[in-house]
Design a protein around this ligand. Sequence first.
Ligand SMILES: OCc1cccc(Br)n1
Length: 446
Amino acid sequence: STTPHHPNATGRSISLSSPPSDFAQKIDVNPPKGTRDFPPEDMRLRNWLFHNFREVSELFGFEEVDYPVLETESLYIRKAGEEIRDQLYCFEDKGNRRVALRPELTPSLARLVIQKGKSVPLPIKWFAIGQCWRYERMTRGRRREHYQWNMDIIGVPDVTGEAELISSIVTFFKRIGITAKDVGFKISSRKVLQEVLSLYSVPEASFAKACIIIDKMGKIPMEEIKKELKLVDLSNEAIEDLLQVLSMKSLTELEEKLGDAGEAVRELKQLFSLAEKFGYSEWIQFDASVVRGLAYYTGIVFEGFDREGKLRAICGGGRYDRLLSTFGGDDIPACGFGFGDAVIIELLKERQLIPEVPLEVENIVCSLDPDLQGAAATVATLLREKGQCVDLVLENKPLKWVFKRAARINARRLILVGKSEWERGMVSVKILSTGEQNQINLDDLQ
Ligand SMILES: OCc1cccc(Br)n1
């Protein structure tokens, strides 16, 4: 070839068919701010986590669904002052449509349920694992994407729905070695808030906004909380009473305040009674301060927390009986939860429960002679057709290189295709853990 050869940064010679000025400027090899790559080792851990999400969901009889990561922006436009709205990853597409990268999965679920209408019998039990996005100023250096496991039950009005969902999360925790000593669930109901506010004839429109403000308790100063509650028309008396109720940690105390006639107390008592029957009482506690930060919750709300108090909420969910009707659908009761892929990994690291997820390849196959590359391919195919995993050495490499690769990929067997054996229809099989080596007839290879 007449084109000049220039060694590039890696020392490999490449033929520069065009003048050096076109030589590529090195790109930024990192992913966009706030996003992650999943190289093989991380991907194996993520697959392990998602496999457990899926196994539990299927154990509970839920069906997997998925939706586009891109949705119409209007799905998330709620006027309750939610953080998820402030951080919406939204833009106008080339068709002048306002679209957004989904910040959560529940609105997509509501959209699909309405789309399916009567063709899907109730109750619907669906689960999904999907990447969700937020555009947060990188000042806080937080992630802009995470994967969320969701389970939702549509069409069950009673707290048996929430009890079932919490049971599924407890089942998940147990499967990965997390116990009630590591994690608990704080449980309350937005009906507590509703019943307190109704004592002060607070307008319905203020309810969702008040919830979002209260969800910021512990994150912003109490004076700021009170100021914001005043701005949504709560009187000082209502605010003081509300804050007093929100500090309650016992259902008995709550019952003394609200009486036992209201839905809030009745539903919470029923949920704690069901928890006994499911066998997860030691995992849950009443905590009136839990309201969660999504505007559409209408009843029971819960969040999983690490008892050492070092991490952010592990998961969260609750009842959202009005969401479908706000999208123009029928008034169908619903409950669900979201479980992110990041905090749980931080917890497993804290507890030294990150599992070993090694790469495991059954066979590495290589030819000892360049003329036997085809024979090696035949052997690889024969094994693969029997369901055996094979790493086929694709180039003519010295044995030292092959052994090094076999160790790196954790291969159990090395299959060598040599001239003299091949002529007798045989290959050499070496068990790498013991060094035991035998010549095997191709027909007996399995
Ligand atoms: O949990 C709120 C949330 C939503 C989208 C992306 C990330 Br990271 N976090």
